[in-house]
Ligand binder design. Structure first.
Ligand code: ATP
Ligand code: MG
Length: 276
């Protein structure tokens, strides 16, 4: 697949800065632009996973810049599955996954970005945020954990924070895995019905589900407010896992190609040298 295709495909899901996002207009079951059916696309995904691994080797070898992938979704939206699939070709040494749960008392005693910043990827690393600082304008808003004045001011703080990361050499790429309420119901039910999946089920997920519309509104506003040129959001139709994986890889590979990390220059005198 020619290089510019990644870039072109990624545009399909990118949220343009200053354009109001309407999630209801995006079909979570979409398979628009897919190279084929499930079997064909899944086959292609295998090759893309390998390509991502190759880019990550270069990023690590170059050791000058980093990439941060932010993953947000409703419960059972597929964050874990995405991480498992997309990074199978990547050397674990160069990846740092941070999962953000409800803050501890110590974390709560600091500003909301304190715990986040500590997990930002270092030079050469590919960082993944499984949930993120966006929870502080999502669940915090819906559950009224902070007054509106407080969470609303965070859009500005988030934009500045991500600008700062970018200025330090981190490419910030943000994904919202967009699933339908029906798909969520099916996946939560599957977690309940299958004893090997039940550990993933939290009774609290059902309470969150009751606030579906409030969360969609919170996501719409948060994404609209923070999809910038430096740190774009991508809304990925995610009811079909094979399409979701393919789409995310298109976006990541587009960014990797643009970054184009290089192996460091060779030391002199290595050519023809024999190890004895
Ligand atoms: P899964 O999708 O597999 O259930 P998960 O990401 O939901 O995984 P959990 O341990 O079930 O993982 O949930 C983490 C919880 O922590 C979520 O409900 C999330 O909203 C909450 N959380 C994360 N950050 C914050 C925050 N800053 N303030 C309050 N709650 C938060
Ligand atoms: Mg959960």
């Amino acid at each position: 697949m020619a290089g510019h295709d990644f870039e072109e495909n990624a545009e399909r899901w990118r949220v343009r800065p200053h354009k109001k996002l309407h999630l209801a207009d995006i079909d979570p079951r979409s398979k628009a632009g897919a190279p084929g059916n499930k079997a064909v696309t899944s086959g292609i995904v295998e090759g893309l996973v390998t390509q991502l691994g190759e880019w990550q080797t270069r990023l690590w070898a170059e050791g000058q810049r980093s990439v941060l992938m932010v993953l947000q979704a409703m419960d059972a939206g597929g964050k874990d599955g995405t991480i498992r699939k997309v990074f199978t070709g990547v050397n674990p040494q160069g990846v740092r996954v941070a999962s953000f749960k409800a803050p501890t008392p110590d974390e709560l005693a600091h500003d909301f970005l304190w715990r986040i910043h500590q997990q930002a990827p270092a030079d050469g690393e590919l960082g993944v945020f499984n949930r993120s600082h966006y929870e502080d304008v999502l669940i915090v808003r819906v559950n009224e954990l902070a007054p509106e004045k407080v969470w609303r001011a965070r859009y500005e703080h988030i934009r500045a924070f991500e600008e700062n990361l970018a200025a330090a050499g981190t490419t910030v790429v943000k994904f919202f895995l967009h699933i339908s309420p029906d798909e969520q119901a099916e996946r939560l039910q599957a977690r309940l019905d299958d004893p090997t999946k039940r550990w993933k089920f939290a009774a609290a997920d059902l309470d969150v589900r009751k606030h579906w519309n409030a969360y969609q509104a919170a996501y719409e506003e948060a994404i609209t407010e923070t999809s910038t040129k430096t740190a774009p959001w991508y809304v990925i139709p995610a009811d079909r896992k094979w399409y979701r994986n393919w789409a995310i890889l298109q976006v990541l590979l587009a960014h990797m190609e643009r970054l184009d990390p290089q192996f460091p220059p060779e030391e002199d005198g290595l050519e023809g040298l024999k190890v004895v």
